[in-house]
Ligand binder design. Structure first.
Ligand code: PDD
Length: 287
């Protein structure tokens, strides 16, 4: 079955799907995106993703391309037409098509909307084989990483450096020697004192929806955690490191810069959160 994409009002075969070369997303990276995990045919943490989309768009003064119910309808339709049971949906909104000029067009064009979906990994039954390795890399991104912008060049370069080192992720270190996040994931540690930590949100990192959902689960279970920033040294001394994202779920990092993390196996905290998140996928705020 050939894949179906939604492009500016039309469902079409993926191979025919095209955007205008003067689309500002293509010309300037002037747009934002979302990636939603599809679990058993339903979106996970929908409200978190859709409110982050609204926030990203508002931050760069792009209007919603259509009403929220209409957008949800198209998202569900793309999942249905592609017969996705487990996978992901990708949605990108750009400022639209206009003659190339850096400043916003005087008369705002309609925002351009592209939605695709594909089959993908489902959450494994056990965390045992879900571990991966990471490298550390300098955070070379801009000052508004809280906006889920399609400008991903530093993230792309960092991820490529990870791939070339045979690793899954690059964990980014800012100019103060503190961990911000992964190139496409949120980063968590259990520090040398046993404290679960992930960095406080700010303009320097993306408010991960999986991070947000997990914090909700931690609060419900009265599990303590800290949002104090942690340094590269603390990362290196952590007994557990794990990543979260819509596509990584809760992913233990077993090797950092080619050295084992803890005893080199998924740790007890990551294992517990993996189990909690897996229950959340089956019963949480999904639509
Ligand atoms: N990445 N940090 C960055 C820089 C990200 O790009 C992502 C998501 C996350 C985790 O966010 P969430 O839990 O909402 O997926 C953190 C997506 C999956 C991507 O770009 O493909």
């Amino acid at each position: 079955m050939s894949r179906v994409a939604y492009v500016n009002g039309h469902y079409m075969p993926m191979r025919d799907a095209q955007v205008n070369i003067e689309d500002r997303g293509y010309q300037f990276g002037d747009g934002v995106y979302e990636v939603l995990h599809v679990h058993r045919g339903r979106f996970v943490d929908t409200d978190l993703h859709m409110s982050r989309l609204e926030r990203s768009l508002a931050s760069i003064s792009i209007a919603m391309p259509m009403s929220m119910p209409a957008l949800m309808h198209v998202l569900r339709e793309i999942v249905r037409r592609n017969r996705i049971s487990n996978g992901l949906a990708y949605m990108q909104v750009s400022r639209g098509v206009a003659r190339r000029d850096h400043a916003f067009p005087k008369i705002a064009p309609p925002p351009a909307l592209v939605i695709t979906a594909r089959h993908g990994a489902k959450l494994p039954a056990s965390i045992t084989h879900w571990g991966a390795s990471a490298i550390t890399a300098p955070d070379q991104r801009w000052g508004r990483c809280d906006i889920k912008s399609v400008n991903l060049l530093p993230n792309v370069l960092a991820k490529q450096a990870a791939r070339q080192a045979g690793a899954y992720e690059a964990i980014l270190i800012d100019n103060d020697g503190l961990v911000t996040e992964g190139s496409s994931t949120s980063v968590w540690i259990v520090d040398a004192k046993g404290v679960l930590r992930t960095r406080k949100l700010g303009t320097n990192l993306l408010p991960g929806c999986t991070r947000g959902a997990l914090i909700g689960l931690l609060n419900d279970a009265a599990i303590g955690f800290s949002e104090a920033p942690f340094s590269l040294d603390e990362l290196r001394g952590a007994s557990e490191i794990f990543l979260t994202s819509a596509t990584s779920f809760v992913k233990p990092i077993l090797q950092l810069d080619a050295k084992p993390v803890g005893d080199g196996k998924p740790g007890p905290v990551a294992s517990r959160l993996f189990a909690m998140f897996s229950r959340h996928l089956d019963g949480g705020q999904n639509s």
